[in-house]
Design a protein around this ligand. Structure first.
Ligand code: DHE
Length: 548
């Protein structure tokens, strides 16, 4: 059993009810309440929770917010904090009036959002092309395994770009703010999930890849995956999909060919350590096991990992593992046996053994680890290691992951690589087995200069060997009007190129920049009117095979 370290329920909650009502609660009309709820949902709920009990961001329940007062709340919303809270006012994303409204809203009890039944999901469910009418083989001559899916976040679309030619193949209407792409077991389908809980299935074999099915299974979601276990006859490939929801707190199992919703599982649960009930127990990262017909599902607030066996959805087998609170993003180690997931508000990485289905270790790595899926490599001294960046500290930390052959280093911090400049801000880190490098972004740094930088780490020396200011490099190439934060490095299938997004404002096109991994120089700038708010980039081959 995992050793219990009893502490405060959620830190900030300890401020307690005795402070409730310290300030007068400003009145809101029903229209204002509706507008404020929408702003909160769009901008704040991801970190603070719909019920505002806190997770990546602190709790904002009325006992706390009334004590803080309107002016304090307005200042924080305007200027952000060094801990990662965005400066919504300074960035011009929220107006002064919206900030005032939001501050008032925070002093009210949070309204409980609605639930969603299977019947309601089915009203949203559409199959545009039924499986029997889909191509039996690719209808184009393109190397679809090297396609890149790019999220065009604020225009509600995704782009499919041919990694070989760098040409735009298709733009697919996916709806509100897609969060991530994942690939089906065979790689033929790209699946997307929007923040609004809408999932889309895109067939890459069509002459012009397009969505063949879509469904909305919740109001707030971040994760999606598919059944990747080959089994003796490849029985499970492309058969099922799973969506992880923030609200209602649940995961939903879908048919992998049509996205028909099949089963909802509520994830509200008790915290692993203090055994307190959490209604808003949100599903964070999900990975698909290659060893068994299972998904590994992170239940954020309770701090538990659910191993969900999808062999027989009627008699669903779920195995619960105590991990650590506020689980967020994570990925496989090199052997794809161990799942390493960030408990970001505990500054830890938790290791789960997907074969023996148990907790293995937790390692303190830095302030708010944020690995994305992390970066795996074989180091000459430490053997296989997995690395993560941090939201709150300027280090990339690497952990030994081979308990069989390098037990001295297994589940220990073997390297702490310092990034230049102060603070954290790293969102994503990526490598490829064919590359000598790890690429790191700094998207959420408080410093606009660092937000535009990329760092290249040498895999052998585990040192930063190059800092690239992407916007400056673009200027040198004559692209003077392209500006924005740089986010989500992604390798092509061969491990020779690194693609990154320049994440600007919706009203101006930016670019997707392709670097030559070896020379670390710009190889191609993909731009055009359609390149609006690009965020995550996903290669079909590496996403299908969990290569990172
Ligand atoms: Fe993400 C991964 C949640 C903000 C882009 N993000 C994830 C995962 C979770 C998550 C749980 C892991 C999914 C998985 O592997 O199954 N993200 C959240 C939040 O709760 C948070 C912090 C706040 C929010 O309001 O949503 C948040 N994320 C962002 C962004 O602001 C980003 C940069 C742009 C956007 O779309 O809003 C963003 N998140 C991404 C991307 C990944 C991701 C691109 C996948 C990384 C990968 O390589 O797999």
């Amino acid at each position: 059993m995992k050793a219990l370290k009893l502490g405060l329920a959620a830190g900030v909650l300890s401020i307690g009810a005795s402070l409730a009502g310290a300030a007068e609660v400003p009145k809101l009309t029903p229209e204002e309440m509706k507008k404020a709820s929408q702003i909160f949902f769009d901008r704040c709920a991801g970190c603070h929770g719909m019920l505002r009990k806190g997770a990546t961001g602190p709790a904002l329940t009325p006992d706390i917010t009334r004590q803080r007062g309107l002016k304090y709340l307005e200042t924080i919303i305007t200027n952000g904090t060094p801990g990662g809270m965005p400066d919504w006012g300074r960035q011009g994303i929220l107006t002064k009036d919206e900030i005032k409204l939001l501050a008032k809203f925070l002093m009210h009890e949070p309204p409980e959002p609605p639930l969603m039944s299977l019947a309601e999901m089915k009203k949203w469910w559409k199959v545009y092309v039924p499986p029997e009418a889909r191509p039996k083989k690719p209808e184009h001559n393109l190397n679809w395994k090297n396609f890149m899916g790019v999220i065009l976040r604020d225009v509600g679309k995704v782009a499919i770009i041919d990694g070989d030619t760098k040409k735009l193949v298709s733009i697919v209407d996916t709806g509100f703010a897609v969060h991530i792409f994942r690939s089906s077991g065979t790689g033929r389908y790209f699946l997307t999930i929007g923040r609004d809980g809408k999932a889309t299935l895109i067939d890459l074999w069509m002459k012009k890849p397009d969505k063949v099915a879509e469904v909305k299974v919740c109001y707030d979601a971040r994760s999606i995956d598919t059944s990747k276990y080959k089994g003796p006859k490849g029985d499970y490939m492309d058969k099922l999909a799973i969506v992880g929801c923030y609200w209602p707190p649940s995961f939903v199992i879908l048919d992998g060919q049509t996205l028909e919703p099949l089963k909802i599982v509520d994830t509200s649960d008790y915290t692993w350590d203090t055994n307190e009930y959490v209604r808003e127990a949100r599903v964070a990262s999900i990975v698909a096991s290659h060893h068994d017909p299972e998904w590994i599902v992170s239940d954020k607030e309770p701090g538990k990992v659910w191993i969900v066996n999808y062999q027989d959805p009627t008699n669903l087998r779920i195995h619960l593992i105590d991990a650590e609170r506020f689980l967020h993003d994570g990925g496989w180690d090199l052997s794809k046996r161990y799942f390493l997931v960030a408990a970001n508000m505990r500054n830890k990485i938790v290791v789960i053994d997907s074969v023996e289905k148990k907790f293995v270790a937790e390692i303190e790595t830095g302030v708010k680890p944020h690995p994305g899926r992390g970066a795996n490599l074989v180091h000459p001294r430490y053997g296989p290691i997995w690395c993560t960046g941090h939201l709150g500290s300027n280090n990339v930390a690497c952990i030994g992951t081979d308990p069989q052959n390098r037990s001295r280093y297994a589940w220990k911090l073997v390297a702490n690589i310092e990034l230049p400049g102060p603070g954290g801000g790293t969102l994503f880190i990526k490598t490829h087995p064919n590359s000598p490098h790890i690429w790191v972004d700094r998207t959420l740094s408080a410093d606009p200069k660092l937000q535009r930088q990329l760092y290249v780490i040498d895999k052998d020396s585990l040192k930063v060997i190059k800092t690239i200011n992407v916007i400056e490099e673009l200027k040198k190439k004559g692209y003077r009007n392209i500006d924005g934060r740089v986010v989500h490095p992604e390798f092509d299938m061969h491990g020779k190129e690194v693609w990154v997004s320049v994440w600007g404002r919706k009203d101006k096109p930016t670019a997707i920049v392709v670097f030559d991994d070896r020379t670390m120089k710009i190889k191609k700038v993909i731009t055009g009117d359609w390149v609006r708010t690009p965020t995550g980039i996903f290669n079909v081959y590496t996403t299908t095979n969990d290569i990172y």
